[in-house]
Write a protein that binds this ligand. Structure first.
Ligand code: AGP
Length: 608
């Protein structure tokens, strides 16, 4: 949820760190700070507000002789976004500086103990206990002091530490919060996420929980509980442009337009002949599938909405009972799981705290776990028993788009494989679905070609403070995602309703010109949907149809219509959501909202 960057080497540390933080601002951006070792001591600069505020301050003194430092962009969890609460934090004597991502659950207790020893705290943060602990524990060996300090911490923490007593190193430690090491020539890097490293190195090491790393100019050493360990080096394939905006005004629009490629990349190699390769990839063999009792899909936000589509597909194609839970509820409701249950964890970032906790609960109860995530090396990716990566590439915008459609593609393949393995899906039907899946990237491109018309509708939507999304069956699951997109980036209050449910209350909110986005992709219930739309239209609603059904059905009831290509109704969610993403994007732009970094939100919610 926060961005961390550290550097030691021949370059100007300030430039490397500020540049890296800029590539991580999506992880949190309510304050920023940096510490550099220069002129024989640790120099600190930090402030509330965006990174550019800090960069402007630093411009006047570029610290060209500083070759060691750490930096941080913050998403506040403990303590308001103020200058004093910004990271890095230092102790009483300024010998240690620390940046932290996560939550220290026992910080109050530690703070009381340290105050009793005479330490003076300046901030309201949990993080500040760390430099004060280091002052107590340091005996000339910085890695040993960090190892001793983290033993006293409870919770989630990725930290980086520098000390004026030993400016030959940056020490990093990872527990339940991501941290990646970059290996250079005569220089070493660390960051919360890969984009910060790409301009400098593609050779990376993903730290595991309990890993301590000592970064020096000559290389990086890794330890666990004080013992040296070897770590695998991962070569990052992402090109730097892929992590930038590629000419689009916002990451979100770039990522919406990347969906044809993201779908192709996610599907390629997984669809072969009349089936999929999932029996090998995630062990969905006939025997394994035959033993599945029930399936639980657990996720948050957009990933949860993908899970709702996954439920419908698996129940229709494989006839297995599926429950879908938001992870923050699942982890505390003492879920009744059995060893023969399959738990599917869905998470773009692979670092969402509630989702990771759900994964651990499922493993604790002995269930088989399949994880669907977009980030290789993420906690979910490494802790999932079987992992299916959506190959959408880096998703930078806070609002998830290409991750959602590739999650749907992954869940569709799983549903098909389960159906084939259980004999509830014929080869012929499976082949038809797989042909339809292969055509989806082209269909998405056809919808994206309607951007101008969709933008015009969005600009009308932008004038409203409330909006409704309605649909039936799979369309209702997509309506939920459309409402989330609109509300989280345009700040328009948007709600999704099962269309048949409107008359049980929400209809009272439909007034003259209330925008109602109506989804029509499910032929067998299209007539019912027409009746539902007639009800809102009669009350003056502004109706916008997103439809692949016969135009005759919607011509009389929709003020505006966005046509999407016909496909198998089970595959329609991947297409129906594209106009909803564009409606949300252009409504947000029309309202002058900060599309990629909406207020109060962060890309990855790595704390509860
Ligand atoms: C999606 O647009 C939101 N930004 C948010 O709901 C997100 O989907 C949720 O936080 C889950 O994130 P994850 O997929 O990385 O676990």
């Amino acid at each position: 949820m926060c961005g961390i960057v550290g550097y030691i080497g021949k370059l100007n540390a300030m430039g490397v760190i500020v540049d890296g933080l800029g590539r991580l601002e999506y992880r949190g951006y309510d304050s920023a700070g940096i510490v550099l070792f220069d002129d024989g001591g640790l120099l600190l600069a930090k402030n509330a507000g965006r990174l550019n505020v800090l960069a402007e301050r630093l411009r006047h003194n570029p610290h060209h002789s500083a070759h060691l430092g750490i930096g941080h962009t913050r998403w506040a969890t403990h303590g308001a976004p103020t200058d004093v609460n910004a990271h890095p934090h230092m102790g009483c004597d300024g010998r240690f500086a620390v940046v932290h991502n996560g939550i220290i659950e026992n910080y109050n207790e530690l703070r009381r103990e340290l105050v009793a020893c005479g330490h003076v705290f300046l901030s309201e943060t949990d993080t500040e206990v760390i430099p004060h602990l280091l002052e107590e524990l340091y005996e000339g060996d910085l890695p040993a002091a960090v190892q001793a300090a983290v033993k006293k911490l409870k919770g989630a923490f990725a930290i980086a530490v520098v000390s004026s007593d030993d400016p030959s190193m940056v020490v990093a430690y990872r527990q339940d919060s991501p941290l990646i090491i970059g290996l250079g020539q005569g220089e070493s890097f660390l960051a919360s996420d890969i984009p910060a490293l790409l301009p400098y190195t593609r050779r990376t090491v993903v730290l595991d929980d309990g890993d301590l790393a000592v970064l020096k100019t000559e290389g990086v050493a890794f330890f666990r509980q004080g013992e040296a360990v070897q770590k695998d080096v991962m070569y990052v394939e992402w090109d730097e442009v892929a992590a930038e905006k590629a000419g689009f005004p916002h990451f979100m629009l770039k990522e919406i337009h990347e969906q044809p490629k993201a779908l192709r990349d996610t599907l390629v190699g997984r669809v072969k002949g009349g089936g999929t390769n999932l029996a090998e990839e995630i062990c969905l063999t006939k025997e394994a599938v035959a033993s599945i009792g029930r399936i639980a899909i657990v996720a948050c936000g957009t990933a949860y909405h993908a899970g709702l589509v996954g439920k419908a597909l698996i129940e229709k194609l494989a006839r297995i009972h599926v429950e879908v839970d938001v992870a923050s509820e699942f982890r505390y409701r003492q879920p009744v799981l059995r060893r023969e249950d399959l738990v599917i964890i869905v998470s773009q970032s692979g670092e969402t705290a509630d989702t990771l906790a759900a994964l651990r609960e499922a493993k604790r109860q002995g269930c088989r776990v399949v994880a669907i995530t977009n980030v290789v090396g993420s906690s979910v990716s490494r802790e999932g028993e079987h992992v299916m990566h959506t190959l959408a590439g880096p998703e930078i915008a806070v609002a998830s788009t290409k991750a959602y459609t590739t999650q749907l593609a992954a869940l569709t393949l799983i549903a098909i494989e389960l159906g084939l393995a259980r004999g509830t899906l014929t080869l012929e039907r499976a082949s038809g679905l797989l042909q339809g899946i292969k055509a989806l990237p082209q269909h998405v491109s056809e919808i994206l070609a309607q951007t101008e018309a969709i933008q015009a509708i969005a600009e009308r939507l932008a004038q409203s403070e409330h909006a409704f999304f309605i649909g039936r069956g799979l369309d209702y699951a997509v309506a939920l995602e459309g409402a989330l997109k609109l509300k989280e980036i345009s700040y328009i209050h948007a709600e999704a309703y099962a269309a048949g449910e409107l008359k049980h209350g929400a209809l009272a909110l439909i007034t003259e010109q209330t925008p109602v986005i109506c989804l029509f992709t499910q032929p067998e219930i299209a007539e019912k949907m027409v009746s539902n739309v007639e009800v809102v239209r009669a009350r003056g609603a502004l109706t916008v149809a997103v439809s692949s059904c016969d135009e005759s059905l919607t011509a009389a009831i929709a003020h505006h219509e966005i046509r999407i290509p016909k496909t198998d109704p089970l595959l329609a969610p991947i297409l129906a959501v594209i106009p909803l993403q564009l409606l949300a994007y252009y409504a947000a732009v029309a309202r002058g909202a900060d599309v990629d970094k909406p207020r109060n939100l962060a890309k990855s919610v790595t704390v509860e």
